[in-house]
Write a protein that binds this ligand. Structure first.
Ligand SMILES: [Zn+2]
Ligand SMILES: [Zn+2]
Length: 305
């Protein structure tokens, strides 16, 4: 299962209702952050996650509401005596940004920091368990959207079936799991499909923030289980939204509908809206599986087989 938490769902500046951008993805013991606005580490203390589990932080762009929380969080990890390496992904200039803070004494980081600057669209990180790819979004400054994709995994091993076929426990199990046919002592052959269930489909999600509608969104969102998309403005405020490099909540819903997405979470809400329930009802007419997120909302993505 993957757990997605919207730590901060506001745009521009923090308010008592909404902190600025950060969405976390927790899978297999590791926490991945998408954006790190001011106050992210405070929000983290209100969530079920611990900073020690952070493995990767993906920054979309250098607007303050997406990165101003990074120095504080990196400093806290040092205070917590972190020793494991941490990977940062972001636009060109990220390395200079972190090194400058270190040189000024703002940051003293003793743990290994791997900084990957995105220079072109495509896969930027692949650890085998999942890959992160990036596409250009359309905003006022250079901005990358991200997609996390898990590979499909082999089917479950059916121990009962293996025993019934007379396969002795031990290395032959491993060979079958790797997709090899094996020959037993009596000369009979057991094929992997006799003991393995169907392939288990990996999960995928996309994070598109900040952007006006553009091709990059479609490339990232195509067929994902979950799309996290900005919806800074009300559904009918397209003109002002697009002139400022942003989307409306209706744009987000159309992106989900047009790209075969499973579920949609709308985030990066302008602080001028005190209530969003009416907007949510409106955009659900475009794409039913939509939620306008609140801070610290938790969404679970389960494997289908
Ligand atoms: Zn923003
Ligand atoms: Zn921005």
């Amino acid at each position: 299962m993957i757990t997605v938490t919207t730590l901060g769902t506001g745009s521009g500046k923090p308010t008592p209702e909404r902190n600025v951008s950060c969405t976390t993805v927790f899978r297999d013991g590791d926490l991945i952050l998408f954006d790190c606005g001011e106050g992210t580490q405070v929000q983290l203390t209100h969530s079920q996650h611990r900073p020690g589990t952070i493995r990767l932080i993906c920054i979309t762009h250098f607007h303050g509401d997406h990165i101003n929380g990074l120095p504080g969080l990196l400093g806290t990890l040092q205070l917590n005596q972190r020793t494991e390496s941490l990977t940062l992904i972001g636009p060109e200039g990220l390395e200079r940004y972190v090194r400058t803070l270190a040189r000024l004494g703002v940051l003293g980081v003793g743990y290994p920091l791997e900084i990957l600057e995105v220079k072109e669209a495509g896969v930027v990180y692949d650890c085998g368990d999942f890959a992160i790819s990036a596409e250009r979004l359309k905003h006022r400054i250079a901005c990358w959207g991200y997609r996390m994709t898990e590979p499909d995994r082999p089917g479950r091993f059916d121990l009962e079936a293996a025993r019934a076929l007379g396969v002795p426990s031990g290395p032959l199990y491993g060979r079958l799991q790797r997709g090899e046919s094996i020959e037993l002592a009596d000369g009979s052959v057991v094929r992997p499909e006799q003991v393995l269930g169907g392939a288990r489909k990996g999960l995928s999600l996309a994070y598109c923030c900040d952007t006006q509608p553009c091709e990059g969104v479609g490339l990232l969102a195509q067929g994902v289980d979950l799309l996290v998309h900005e919806g800074t403005y009300a559904p009918d405020e397209g003109q002002i939204a697009h002139s400022r490099g942003h989307s409306t909540m209706a744009d987000a819903a159309r992106a989900a509908r047009d790209n075969g997405v499973g579920r949609l979470i709308i985030t990066h809400i302008s602080p001028k809206y005190m209530r969003t329930d009416g907007f949510e009802r409106q955009v659900r007419e475009i794409f039913a599986a939509t939620r306008i997120a609140r801070d610290l909302d938790v969404f679970e993505l389960a494997y289908t087989n």
